[in-house]
Design a protein around this ligand. Structure first.
Ligand code: CP
Ligand code: NVA
Length: 352
Protein backbone atom coordinates (compact mmCIF):
# COMPACT_ATOMS: atom_id res chain seq x y z
CA UNK A 1 0.00 0.00 0.00
CA UNK A 2 1.40 3.39 -0.90
CA UNK A 3 0.12 4.94 2.29
CA UNK A 4 1.96 2.55 4.55
CA UNK A 5 3.51 3.94 7.71
CA UNK A 6 3.73 3.27 11.36
CA UNK A 7 1.11 5.59 12.65
CA UNK A 8 -0.66 7.04 15.60
CA UNK A 9 -3.44 5.08 17.32
CA UNK A 10 -5.98 3.65 14.93
CA UNK A 11 -9.32 2.01 15.28
CA UNK A 12 -7.95 -1.47 15.75
CA UNK A 13 -6.18 -0.35 18.90
CA UNK A 14 -9.47 -0.11 20.69
CA UNK A 15 -9.69 -3.87 20.48
CA UNK A 16 -6.89 -4.03 23.04
CA UNK A 17 -9.26 -2.86 25.70
CA UNK A 18 -11.91 -5.45 24.90
CA UNK A 19 -11.45 -8.85 26.44
CA UNK A 20 -13.39 -11.86 25.21
CA UNK A 21 -16.81 -11.47 26.82
CA UNK A 22 -18.06 -14.29 29.01
CA UNK A 23 -21.69 -13.43 29.59
CA UNK A 24 -22.47 -10.05 28.06
CA UNK A 25 -22.31 -9.08 24.40
CA UNK A 26 -19.69 -6.34 24.06
CA UNK A 27 -20.30 -3.02 22.47
CA UNK A 28 -19.90 -3.18 18.74
CA UNK A 29 -16.24 -2.88 17.93
CA UNK A 30 -15.01 -0.36 15.41
CA UNK A 31 -14.88 -1.46 11.81
CA UNK A 32 -11.41 -2.55 10.74
CA UNK A 33 -8.89 0.05 9.76
CA UNK A 34 -7.96 0.88 6.18
CA UNK A 35 -5.77 -1.77 4.60
CA UNK A 36 -2.04 -1.47 5.20
CA UNK A 37 1.04 -3.64 4.83
CA UNK A 38 2.92 -5.81 7.28
CA UNK A 39 6.49 -5.66 6.04
CA UNK A 40 8.19 -5.15 9.42
CA UNK A 41 7.16 -5.51 13.06
CA UNK A 42 7.82 -1.78 13.07
CA UNK A 43 4.71 -1.25 10.91
CA UNK A 44 2.59 -1.80 14.02
CA UNK A 45 2.44 0.57 16.96
CA UNK A 46 2.82 -1.17 20.33
CA UNK A 47 -0.88 -0.81 21.17
CA UNK A 48 -1.79 -2.25 17.78
CA UNK A 49 0.26 -5.35 18.54
CA UNK A 50 -1.68 -5.81 21.77
CA UNK A 51 -4.92 -5.38 19.82
CA UNK A 52 -3.79 -7.97 17.34
CA UNK A 53 -3.02 -10.36 20.21
CA UNK A 54 -6.50 -9.81 21.58
CA UNK A 55 -8.05 -10.64 18.23
CA UNK A 56 -5.72 -13.65 17.95
CA UNK A 57 -6.93 -14.95 21.31
CA UNK A 58 -10.54 -14.66 20.14
CA UNK A 59 -9.80 -16.45 16.89
CA UNK A 60 -7.95 -19.17 18.74
CA UNK A 61 -10.70 -19.72 21.30
CA UNK A 62 -13.65 -19.64 18.93
CA UNK A 63 -12.54 -20.26 15.35
CA UNK A 64 -16.02 -21.23 14.22
CA UNK A 65 -17.28 -17.72 14.96
CA UNK A 66 -14.97 -16.36 12.28
CA UNK A 67 -15.81 -18.89 9.59
CA UNK A 68 -16.67 -17.08 6.40
CA UNK A 69 -15.41 -13.68 7.57
CA UNK A 70 -13.14 -13.45 4.51
CA UNK A 71 -15.49 -15.15 2.04
CA UNK A 72 -14.74 -13.97 -1.49
CA UNK A 73 -11.26 -12.67 -0.58
CA UNK A 74 -8.26 -14.01 -2.48
CA UNK A 75 -4.67 -14.30 -1.34
CA UNK A 76 -1.60 -14.97 -3.47
CA UNK A 77 1.66 -16.27 -2.05
CA UNK A 78 4.99 -16.07 -3.87
CA UNK A 79 7.73 -18.00 -2.08
CA UNK A 80 11.36 -17.80 -3.21
CA UNK A 81 12.40 -20.09 -0.33
CA UNK A 82 11.04 -23.36 1.09
CA UNK A 83 8.45 -23.40 3.86
CA UNK A 84 6.42 -25.80 5.98
CA UNK A 85 4.82 -23.68 8.72
CA UNK A 86 4.38 -20.37 6.96
CA UNK A 87 2.83 -21.79 3.82
CA UNK A 88 0.47 -24.18 5.57
CA UNK A 89 -0.63 -21.81 8.31
CA UNK A 90 -1.45 -19.10 5.79
CA UNK A 91 -3.28 -21.54 3.53
CA UNK A 92 -5.19 -23.30 6.31
CA UNK A 93 -5.91 -19.97 8.01
CA UNK A 94 -7.28 -18.33 4.88
CA UNK A 95 -9.37 -21.42 4.11
CA UNK A 96 -10.90 -21.47 7.59
CA UNK A 97 -11.86 -17.81 7.19
CA UNK A 98 -13.64 -18.59 3.92
CA UNK A 99 -11.10 -17.06 1.52
CA UNK A 100 -9.03 -18.70 -1.20
CA UNK A 101 -5.30 -18.96 -1.80
CA UNK A 102 -3.05 -19.22 -4.83
CA UNK A 103 0.47 -20.44 -4.16
CA UNK A 104 3.28 -19.64 -6.62
CA UNK A 105 6.45 -21.64 -6.13
CA UNK A 106 9.16 -19.10 -6.84
CA UNK A 107 12.06 -21.21 -5.58
CA UNK A 108 13.58 -21.64 -9.05
CA UNK A 109 13.93 -17.95 -9.86
CA UNK A 110 13.50 -14.65 -8.10
CA UNK A 111 10.08 -13.05 -8.25
CA UNK A 112 11.21 -10.14 -10.41
CA UNK A 113 13.50 -12.13 -12.75
CA UNK A 114 11.01 -12.27 -15.64
CA UNK A 115 9.23 -8.96 -15.24
CA UNK A 116 9.66 -5.84 -13.13
CA UNK A 117 8.24 -5.75 -9.63
CA UNK A 118 6.35 -2.61 -10.57
CA UNK A 119 4.53 -4.40 -13.41
CA UNK A 120 3.84 -7.51 -11.32
CA UNK A 121 2.36 -5.36 -8.53
CA UNK A 122 0.05 -3.51 -10.89
CA UNK A 123 -1.20 -6.81 -12.30
CA UNK A 124 -1.77 -8.42 -8.92
CA UNK A 125 -3.68 -5.50 -7.43
CA UNK A 126 -6.28 -5.86 -10.21
CA UNK A 127 -7.05 -9.50 -9.31
CA UNK A 128 -6.09 -10.23 -5.74
CA UNK A 129 -6.90 -8.87 -2.25
CA UNK A 130 -3.65 -9.59 -0.38
CA UNK A 131 -0.07 -10.52 -1.38
CA UNK A 132 2.15 -12.69 0.82
CA UNK A 133 5.86 -12.83 -0.02
CA UNK A 134 8.81 -14.93 1.14
CA UNK A 135 11.92 -13.51 -0.48
CA UNK A 136 15.66 -13.28 -0.33
CA UNK A 137 15.85 -9.51 -0.61
CA UNK A 138 13.85 -7.38 1.83
CA UNK A 139 13.72 -4.75 -0.91
CA UNK A 140 11.43 -7.06 -2.90
CA UNK A 141 8.82 -7.02 -0.12
CA UNK A 142 9.24 -3.27 0.36
CA UNK A 143 8.96 -2.69 -3.40
CA UNK A 144 5.79 -4.74 -3.68
CA UNK A 145 4.32 -2.88 -0.71
CA UNK A 146 5.16 0.42 -2.34
CA UNK A 147 3.72 -0.43 -5.75
CA UNK A 148 0.73 -2.64 -5.03
CA UNK A 149 -2.49 -1.06 -3.98
CA UNK A 150 -3.48 -4.04 -1.81
CA UNK A 151 -1.92 -5.18 1.50
CA UNK A 152 1.44 -6.94 1.36
CA UNK A 153 2.60 -9.31 4.11
CA UNK A 154 6.23 -10.25 4.71
CA UNK A 155 6.34 -14.02 5.20
CA UNK A 156 10.13 -13.87 5.74
CA UNK A 157 12.84 -11.88 4.07
CA UNK A 158 16.55 -11.71 4.67
CA UNK A 159 15.93 -8.85 7.12
CA UNK A 160 12.75 -9.79 9.02
CA UNK A 161 10.19 -12.45 9.87
CA UNK A 162 7.40 -10.40 11.46
CA UNK A 163 4.64 -13.04 11.45
CA UNK A 164 6.87 -15.42 13.38
CA UNK A 165 7.96 -12.82 15.94
CA UNK A 166 4.35 -11.76 16.52
CA UNK A 167 3.32 -15.40 17.04
CA UNK A 168 6.24 -15.77 19.44
CA UNK A 169 5.36 -12.78 21.59
CA UNK A 170 1.71 -13.89 21.58
CA UNK A 171 2.96 -17.27 22.87
CA UNK A 172 4.94 -15.48 25.58
CA UNK A 173 1.85 -13.49 26.54
CA UNK A 174 -0.14 -16.72 26.87
CA UNK A 175 2.52 -18.12 29.21
CA UNK A 176 3.49 -15.06 31.24
CA UNK A 177 0.75 -12.43 30.82
CA UNK A 178 2.23 -8.95 31.01
CA UNK A 179 5.03 -8.79 28.46
CA UNK A 180 6.53 -5.68 30.02
CA UNK A 181 7.57 -7.84 32.97
CA UNK A 182 9.46 -10.52 31.09
CA UNK A 183 13.14 -10.87 30.34
CA UNK A 184 13.55 -12.44 26.90
CA UNK A 185 16.85 -13.72 25.57
CA UNK A 186 18.07 -14.76 22.14
CA UNK A 187 21.40 -16.39 21.34
CA UNK A 188 22.90 -17.10 17.93
CA UNK A 189 22.86 -15.41 14.56
CA UNK A 190 21.92 -11.73 14.26
CA UNK A 191 19.47 -12.65 11.49
CA UNK A 192 15.89 -11.97 10.38
CA UNK A 193 14.49 -13.63 13.52
CA UNK A 194 16.76 -11.67 15.84
CA UNK A 195 15.68 -8.43 14.13
CA UNK A 196 11.93 -9.06 14.34
CA UNK A 197 12.19 -10.36 17.91
CA UNK A 198 14.17 -7.30 19.00
CA UNK A 199 11.52 -5.01 17.49
CA UNK A 200 8.69 -7.01 19.05
CA UNK A 201 10.35 -7.08 22.48
CA UNK A 202 10.98 -3.34 22.26
CA UNK A 203 7.35 -2.71 21.33
CA UNK A 204 6.09 -4.84 24.21
CA UNK A 205 8.27 -3.05 26.76
CA UNK A 206 10.15 -6.23 27.59
CA UNK A 207 13.72 -6.63 28.75
CA UNK A 208 15.56 -8.16 25.79
CA UNK A 209 19.07 -9.61 25.88
CA UNK A 210 20.62 -10.81 22.64
CA UNK A 211 24.01 -12.45 22.27
CA UNK A 212 25.63 -12.94 18.88
CA UNK A 213 29.21 -13.41 17.75
CA UNK A 214 30.67 -10.01 16.89
CA UNK A 215 30.89 -10.96 13.22
CA UNK A 216 27.19 -11.86 13.07
CA UNK A 217 25.76 -8.88 14.94
CA UNK A 218 22.34 -7.37 14.25
CA UNK A 219 21.74 -4.82 11.51
CA UNK A 220 22.41 -1.37 13.04
CA UNK A 221 19.37 0.16 11.31
CA UNK A 222 17.09 -2.32 13.07
CA UNK A 223 18.86 -1.71 16.37
CA UNK A 224 18.35 2.04 16.05
CA UNK A 225 14.66 1.50 15.25
CA UNK A 226 14.27 -0.79 18.26
CA UNK A 227 16.00 1.71 20.54
CA UNK A 228 13.60 4.43 19.44
CA UNK A 229 10.63 2.17 20.21
CA UNK A 230 12.16 1.22 23.56
CA UNK A 231 12.33 4.87 24.53
CA UNK A 232 8.54 5.05 24.11
CA UNK A 233 7.72 1.77 25.83
CA UNK A 234 10.36 1.54 28.58
CA UNK A 235 11.87 -1.64 27.14
CA UNK A 236 15.47 -2.48 28.03
CA UNK A 237 17.61 -3.75 25.18
CA UNK A 238 21.01 -5.39 25.70
CA UNK A 239 23.17 -6.49 22.79
CA UNK A 240 26.00 -8.75 23.91
CA UNK A 241 28.49 -11.30 22.68
CA UNK A 242 28.46 -13.60 25.71
CA UNK A 243 25.60 -16.13 25.50
CA UNK A 244 25.85 -16.94 29.21
CA UNK A 245 25.35 -13.30 30.16
CA UNK A 246 22.39 -13.00 27.80
CA UNK A 247 20.58 -16.07 29.11
CA UNK A 248 21.18 -15.73 32.86
CA UNK A 249 18.00 -15.09 34.83
CA UNK A 250 15.73 -14.84 31.78
CA UNK A 251 12.17 -16.08 31.27
CA UNK A 252 12.70 -17.33 27.72
CA UNK A 253 15.67 -18.48 25.69
CA UNK A 254 15.28 -18.32 21.91
CA UNK A 255 17.59 -19.54 19.21
CA UNK A 256 17.47 -20.03 15.44
CA UNK A 257 19.49 -21.68 12.69
CA UNK A 258 23.15 -20.75 12.56
CA UNK A 259 22.98 -20.71 8.75
CA UNK A 260 19.69 -19.31 7.50
CA UNK A 261 18.17 -20.08 4.11
CA UNK A 262 20.51 -18.68 1.48
CA UNK A 263 23.58 -19.15 3.73
CA UNK A 264 23.72 -22.95 3.68
CA UNK A 265 27.13 -22.93 2.00
CA UNK A 266 28.55 -21.14 5.06
CA UNK A 267 27.24 -23.80 7.46
CA UNK A 268 30.59 -25.44 8.21
CA UNK A 269 32.41 -22.18 8.86
CA UNK A 270 29.53 -20.83 10.95
CA UNK A 271 29.30 -24.02 13.05
CA UNK A 272 32.74 -23.26 14.47
CA UNK A 273 31.94 -19.67 15.40
CA UNK A 274 28.50 -20.45 16.83
CA UNK A 275 29.44 -23.53 18.90
CA UNK A 276 29.47 -21.58 22.22
CA UNK A 277 25.94 -20.38 21.44
CA UNK A 278 24.39 -23.85 21.40
CA UNK A 279 21.38 -24.01 23.72
CA UNK A 280 22.27 -27.07 25.78
CA UNK A 281 21.58 -27.92 29.42
CA UNK A 282 24.61 -25.97 30.67
CA UNK A 283 23.44 -22.77 28.97
CA UNK A 284 19.70 -23.20 29.43
CA UNK A 285 20.06 -23.89 33.17
CA UNK A 286 21.31 -20.33 33.63
CA UNK A 287 17.81 -19.08 32.80
CA UNK A 288 15.01 -19.10 35.38
CA UNK A 289 13.65 -22.59 36.24
CA UNK A 290 10.33 -21.76 34.53
CA UNK A 291 12.06 -20.40 31.40
CA UNK A 292 10.67 -21.35 28.00
CA UNK A 293 12.87 -22.66 25.24
CA UNK A 294 11.80 -21.11 21.93
CA UNK A 295 12.71 -21.69 18.29
CA UNK A 296 10.94 -20.65 15.10
CA UNK A 297 11.76 -24.02 13.48
CA UNK A 298 13.07 -25.72 11.45
CA UNK A 299 15.57 -26.72 14.16
CA UNK A 300 18.95 -28.24 13.51
CA UNK A 301 19.08 -30.62 16.42
CA UNK A 302 22.60 -31.05 17.73
CA UNK A 303 23.67 -27.69 16.30
CA UNK A 304 21.92 -24.62 17.76
CA UNK A 305 19.93 -26.76 20.25
CA UNK A 306 20.26 -30.18 21.80
CA UNK A 307 17.45 -32.78 21.80
CA UNK A 308 17.41 -32.58 25.59
CA UNK A 309 16.35 -28.94 25.52
CA UNK A 310 14.02 -28.85 22.53
CA UNK A 311 12.22 -31.97 23.79
CA UNK A 312 12.07 -30.79 27.41
CA UNK A 313 8.84 -29.76 29.17
CA UNK A 314 10.11 -26.16 29.00
CA UNK A 315 10.05 -26.20 25.21
CA UNK A 316 7.37 -24.02 23.62
CA UNK A 317 8.30 -24.73 20.02
CA UNK A 318 5.04 -26.40 19.02
CA UNK A 319 2.95 -23.75 20.80
CA UNK A 320 4.83 -21.20 18.70
CA UNK A 321 4.13 -23.19 15.53
CA UNK A 322 0.45 -23.50 16.42
CA UNK A 323 0.18 -19.80 17.07
CA UNK A 324 1.45 -19.01 13.59
CA UNK A 325 -2.00 -20.11 12.41
CA UNK A 326 -3.92 -17.94 14.86
CA UNK A 327 -1.81 -14.79 14.54
CA UNK A 328 -1.88 -14.93 10.73
CA UNK A 329 -5.65 -15.38 10.72
CA UNK A 330 -5.86 -12.26 12.89
CA UNK A 331 -3.50 -10.41 10.53
CA UNK A 332 -5.62 -11.38 7.53
CA UNK A 333 -8.90 -10.41 9.21
CA UNK A 334 -7.37 -7.12 10.25
CA UNK A 335 -5.78 -6.25 6.91
CA UNK A 336 -8.67 -7.38 4.76
CA UNK A 337 -11.37 -5.71 6.80
CA UNK A 338 -13.29 -8.82 7.62
CA UNK A 339 -15.86 -7.11 9.81
CA UNK A 340 -14.29 -8.00 13.14
CA UNK A 341 -16.86 -6.05 15.12
CA UNK A 342 -19.76 -7.77 13.45
CA UNK A 343 -18.32 -11.20 14.03
CA UNK A 344 -17.31 -10.56 17.59
CA UNK A 345 -20.75 -9.32 18.44
CA UNK A 346 -22.34 -12.38 16.85
CA UNK A 347 -19.91 -14.59 18.69
CA UNK A 348 -20.74 -12.93 21.99
CA UNK A 349 -24.49 -13.38 21.43
CA UNK A 350 -23.97 -17.05 20.68
CA UNK A 351 -22.12 -17.49 23.95
CA UNK A 352 -24.27 -15.23 26.14
N1 CP B 1 9.20 -20.80 11.12
C1 CP B 1 8.95 -20.80 9.80
O1 CP B 1 8.75 -19.75 9.18
O2 CP B 1 8.90 -22.02 9.24
P1 CP B 1 8.87 -22.34 7.68
O3 CP B 1 10.19 -21.91 7.13
O4 CP B 1 8.65 -23.83 7.60
O5 CP B 1 7.76 -21.58 7.05
N1 NVA C 1 16.44 -17.49 10.07
C1 NVA C 1 15.77 -18.60 9.40
C2 NVA C 1 14.33 -18.61 9.79
C3 NVA C 1 13.56 -19.77 9.23
C4 NVA C 1 12.11 -19.72 9.59
C5 NVA C 1 15.93 -18.45 7.90
O1 NVA C 1 15.82 -17.33 7.39
O2 NVA C 1 16.20 -19.46 7.25
Amino acid sequence: MKTQMRTEPMALMDLAKVDVPKTQPPNLLPEPIAPRDLVSVHDLAPAEILSLFNLTAMLKRRPADFRGVLAGKQMVMFFEKPSLRTRLTFEAGMDSLGGSTFFVDQTRGRLDARESLYDIAHNLERWIDVIVLRTFSHATVEGMATYADVPVINALSELEHPCQALADFFTLQEHFGDLSKIHFSYVGDGNNMAHSLLLAGAAMGSKVSIATPERYALNPVIVTMAQAIAEETGATLRLLNDPRKAVTGTDAVYTDAWASMGHEDEAEERAKVFAPYQVNAALFNLAKPHALFMHCLPAHRGSEVTDQIIDSPNSAVFDQAENRLHIQKAILVWLLGGGVGRFQARSARAHA
